[in-house]
Design a binder for this molecule. Structure first.
Ligand code: NDP
Ligand code: HSE
Length: 443
């Protein structure tokens, strides 16, 4: 049978990694897919740069800087979008779909923001949109959620799903690197987004957890409802105190089914250090999925980089090749649930989520301070799980001291902890803003 023909939009880290893996493993891939998979055309802004990167393979593909011509090329069966961004990428993907092409994409921003429109267009046209590489790089988590766990009523997903921030946190903790140096290293390794604030501020992780949430709970993608907090405000002292208390701080993407709705959030989170996921370091990703039948499962692997991501892209190319001729109604639905059976379960505002909390208070070391703090928390119905009072530091000539007080709470509503923090900050003995971090037991 003739090889299936693929056009690549973009030839950077992921595009070139995909090309390399497809070429290197072409025989194995052909045996799996039932026919060859060939990249015949690549669109880039700068063809000279791509030509150099193609090396001795340059003769086998047509390079162009005309992106529209690629998606209109009648000889192509699949368009693999590896360029990133949400504007030109959306336009080209929708045009390729209108031309009857299947889409493979690694672009989580595109799907988190425009996924509903893209899936609807693809469904109407009877083509597939495959996006394994969009979440957790080389880990086949989309396949696991959409197919492997389809017996389950999924309860929650919690994941380290941004390699750049996990790399930064690991390098800061283990090698004492400062934030900027660790970020530069992550960029040099090809992990970071074109705009690295997407990584640092939690936006990339929010794109990914939004996609997983839709697949897990059968709801439309709703990125605009995700709560997002990154690692730029994280203080090194909290990483140290957390460790003293037996926790690690990780940037987690969390989505959970509750009686009132769905939680969808990204923020630095304390996790007990004995959990496997707390020990995931560097650019590695890990996703915990809890289903009612299977219990807790963990998926671990490289979350970024050329070939790990290409592993997922090529797996999608194989899937699309296998299902290319199948009746569209009998393919796996894009969001796991049939498109006419998506639910309208609301995404909860962050004030309505439940969590346990880590609070750090800078307090005047005077008699009664602890009593007044515990009284405020008790009055708010917040139960204390643990307390750590650091040694007093003398701050003036009269021997007056200040100290850090760390309070770990049991689970409560976010709005209750926020109200309690406002009251605590009004005390004259609490001398600076209270630091509040969320905790997850994941047991
Ligand atoms: P790169 O920046 O390395 O490559 C992007 C490619 O697309 C380049 O060839 C670039 O051309 C081209 N391109 C980018 N923007 C435009 C545009 N507006 N118009 C035309 N061409 C454009 O990105 P990555 O390969 O790292 O990422 C690609 C996609 O994969 C993104 O959606 C990213 O989020 C996703 N992804 C990345 C992972 C990684 O580890 N890097 C992992 C998982 C997903 P030029 O070189 O000329 O600028
Ligand atoms: N910038 C992303 C990360 C790439 O660091 O995880 C993988 O999606």
């Amino acid at each position: 049978m003739e090889p299936i023909k693929v056009g690549l939009l973009g030839f950077g880290t992921v595009g070139s990694g995909t090309f390399t893996v497809l070429r290197r493993n072409q025989e194995e891939i052909r045996r799996r897919a039932g026919r060859g998979i060939e990249v015949t055309r690549i669109a880039v802004r700068n063809p000279a740069k791509a030509l150099a990167a193609l090396g001795d393979a340059a003769g086998s593909v047509a390079l162009t800087d005309d992106f529209a011509a690629l998606v209109d090329d009648p000889t192509l069966d699949i368009v693999a979008e590896m360029m990133g961004g949400t504007s030109l990428a959306r336009e080209l993907v929708l045009r390729a779909i209108a031309n009857g092409k299947h889409i493979v994409t690694a672009n989580k921003a595109l799907l988190a923001v425009h996924g509903n429109e893209i899936f609807e267009a693809a469904h109407a046209k009877g083509v597939m949109v495959a996006f394994e590489a969009a979440v957790a790089g080389g880990i086949p988590i989309i396949k696991a959620l959409r197919e492997g766990l389809s017996a389950n009523r999924i309860q929650y997903i919690a994941g380290i799903i941004n390699g750049t921030t996990n790399y930064i946190l690991s390098e800061m903790r283990d090698r004492g690197l400062d934030f900027a140096t660790a970020l530069e290293a992550a960029q040099a390794l090809g992990y970071a987004e074109a705009d690295p604030t997407f990584d640092i501020e939690g936006v990339d992780a929010a794109h990914k957890v939004t996609i997983m949430s839709a697949i897990a709970f059968g709801v439309p993608v709703q990125f605009e409802r995700a709560y997002i907090e990154g690692i730029s405000d994280l203080d090194a002292i909290d990483i140290r105190y957390a460790e003293e208390l037996g926790y690690r701080i990780k940037l987690l993407g969390i989505t959970r089914r509750t009686a009132e709705g769905i939680e969808l959030r990204v923020h630095p989170t304390l996790i007990p250090e004995k959990r496997l996921i707390a020990n995931v370091e560097g650019a590695m990703n890990a996703v915990v999925v809890h289903g009612d039948a299977v219990g807790t499962t963990l998926y671990y692997g490289k979350g970024a980089g050329a070939e790990p991501t290409a592993s997922s892209v090529v797996a999608d190319l194989v899937d699309v090749t296998r299902l290319h001729t199948a009746d569209p109604e009998h393919r796996v639905p894009h969001l796991a649930f049939q498109p006419d059976r998506l639910s309208s379960t609301p995404i909860l505002p962050i004030e309505e989520i439940s969590s346990s909390y880590y609070l750090r208070l800078r307090v005047a070391d005077v008699a009664g301070v602890l009593a007044s703090i515990t009284r405020i928390l008790a009055d708010a119905g917040i139960s204390i799980d643990a307390l750590l009072q650091k040694e007093s530091e003398q701050v003036d000539d009269h021997g007056k001291g200040e100290t850090d007080l760390i309070v770990l709470t049991h689970e409560t509503r976010e709005k209750h902890i926020n109200a309690a923090i406002r009251t605590l900050e009004a005390l004259t003995t609490v001398v600076s803003k209270v630091t509040r971090l969320r905790m997850e037991a994941l047991n």
